[in-house]
Write a protein that binds this ligand. Structure first.
Ligand code: C2E
Ligand code: MG
Ligand code: MG
Ligand code: MG
Length: 281
């Protein structure tokens, strides 16, 4: 009987694994089509100067509206795209689309000539075996486009160092995303031409009460100051968090307190309302 029950469990397990595999394959097939069918869009979340409350730029975030399922979160489809290699053409699309949008905004609005847009980049995009015409170095990002990588992206892509160095030489700014949650923070700072540290949302979420997180945030802000890096706090949701971050020496931030990621039209309106030299907001 014990053997029977064991077999039953194994069969059940097999079945749910099978369902998960099928689900992934279906989503992956749909994602391939999504690119061609125009189901992908970019939303733009404002990045603020925390003192002047001015909008200095945006982070571009990929959105997929599936014709039957509706919105699929990036946490669901980005890993699939990375595993299948689809992230390479997909990431190329994101870079081109963000570049096109920023160039149009800058051209149409003299007040936005300094505006930047940061694009998230996966490790696979930095590999040399990517299609030559899709590769970064053969078609560098538009002026004002910045790149965001995580520590694991850098570990994923042994060739990242040369590629990132070449991009930095062309003036492309590079953010280290989700800083403090990976393995190799400090050596990544030594090895790569990082210009910005993004403090992970998990630290910000614990403010203002979390004593350790306060210490971590303050330490990162000081590190950034000493290394002449910009620092951006992610996931600011409350006025108390904003006040605490300012007190701890954090100069820039983004989060629902200011705005959610917005469709292009709303993002432009936000930027125009928050560029004022004298305080803006
Ligand atoms: P990320 O780069 O760390 O992006 C920040 C995430 O935090 C976004 O989630 C954003 O919507 C969310 N967020 C911003 N402010 C707040 C806040 O105040 N509270 C809370 N709870 N969340 C906030 P999203 O858009 O779901 O993206 C998740 C992740 O997916 C991103 O994390 C990034 O790693 C990845 N991703 C998104 N777009 C792309 C892309 O075009 N290419 C690549 N390779 N990855 C992408
Ligand atoms: Mg990011
Ligand atoms: Mg992040
Ligand atoms: Mg993140």
């Amino acid at each position: 009987r014990a053997k029977q029950a064991g077999k039953g469990r194994a069969a059940l397990f097999d079945e749910s694994m099978h369902a998960e595999v099928l689900e992934r394959l279906t989503l992956e097939r749909d994602l391939r089509r999504a690119l061609e069918e125009g189901e992908l869009t970019l939303h733009y979340q404002p990045i603020m100067d925390l003192t002047a409350l001015r909008c200095v730029g945006f982070e571009a975030l990929l959105r997929w509206t599936h014709p039957q399922r509706g919105p699929v979160p990036p946490a669901r489809f980005i890993p699939l795209a990375e595993a299948s290699g689809l992230i390479v053409p997909l990431g190329r699309w994101v870079l081109d689309e963000a570049g096109r949008q920023l160039t149009a905004w800058r051209a149409a609005h003299p007040g936005l000539s300094e505006l930047t847009v940061s694009v998230n980049v996966s490790g696979r995009q930095l590999h040399r075996h990517a299609q030559p015409e899709e590769h970064f170095l053969n078609r560098p990002p538009a002026p004002g486009i910045e790149l965001e990588v995580t520590e694991s992206t850098l570990l994923d892509a042994p060739e990242a160092q040369a590629v990132l160095r070449a991009l930095a030489d062309r003036g492309v700014c590079l953010s280290l995303d989700d800083f403090g949650t990976g393995y190799a923070s400090l050596s990544a700072l030594e090895r790569h031409p990082i210009t910005t540290l993004k403090i992970d949302r998990s630290f910000v979420a614990a403010l203002p009460d979390g004593v350790r997180q306060r210490g971590i945030v303050q330490g990162v802000a000081m590190l950034a100051q000493h290394l002449r890096l910009r620092v951006i706090a992610e996931g600011i949701e409350t006025p108390e968090q904003l006040r605490t971050l300012r007190d701890l020496g954090c100069t820039h931030g983004q989060g629902f307190l200011f705005a959610r990621p917005l469709p292009a039209g709303a993002a432009l309106a936000f930027a125009l309302n928050h560029v004022g030299k004298a305080g803006g907001g």
